[in-house]
Write a protein that binds this ligand. Structure first.
Ligand SMILES: [Zn+2]
Length: 202
């Protein structure tokens, strides 16, 4: 009988799975795998459970499409947030980046990507329809376009400004000063906070 642990397949499976993770090369995969082999069972179980829990408990907020663990996300559920302002970002991680600055107190809308003709992603593939629906009742008076300052982010912002302005909503864009071509999530908090405060109408 073959023992899957002793013939190395269990270890190889772990190495394969770790190697699939972003930013983890073969060397890092090996370091983590051997760490887990030497760790006590409880530590390994905590990691395994954390991974399973995040997959079971976290879903998209039905209002803003950020991550949520309850019916709606923490921001949408927070009665103290300014409901007259919606900040539009491409990914949930951008919400985290902007929240870290502490300068923005309105709501969010996560598009789930950016317009990219090369990847056949147009407005229909993003949560644009849902954004326009949120603007329909006139309660929102400003939409801040906070897509990344790269070609696709700018294309997306230009498109959104064109469809939102006719609704009579003020449309603003983060001020320049963010590293061009860089991701919002990699901008430091001070720079990103300033870009939000110095946003300009488009
Ligand atoms: Zn939400």
């Amino acid at each position: 009988m073959i023992d899957p642990v002793n013939d190395g397949r269990a270890l190889q499976r772990l190495l394969d799975e770790l190697g699939r993770l972003p930013g983890i090369g073969p060397k890092s995969a090996q370091r983590i795998a051997y760490h887990l082999l030497e760790a006590d069972a409880e530590e390994a179980r905590r990691l395994a459970n954390a991974i399973l829990d995040v997959k079971q408990q976290v879903h998209f907020c039905p209002v803003c499409f950020s991550y949520a663990t309850r019916d709606t996300c923490d921001v949408c559920a927070d009665g103290t947030r300014d409901r007259a302002s919606i900040c539009v970002v491409s990914e949930p991680r951008d919400v985290t980046a902007i929240e870290r600055t502490g300068t923005y107190h309105g709501l969010y809308h996560v598009l789930g990507g950016v317009i990219s003709p090369m990847d056949k992603i147009g407005p229909e593939q993003l949560h644009v329809r849902e954004l326009l629906a949120r603007l329909a009742d006139g309660a929102v008076d400003e939409v801040i376009l906070a897509t990344n300052p790269d070609v696709e982010g700018e294309t997306t912002a230009t498109y959104l400004a064109r469809v939102i302005r006719p609704l009579g909503v003020r449309v603003t864009r983060l001020a320049s000063g963010l590293p061009v071509g860089g991701d919002l999530e990699y901008a430091d908090e001070v720079t990103l906070g300033r870009a939000i405060e110095a946003r300009r109408e488009v």
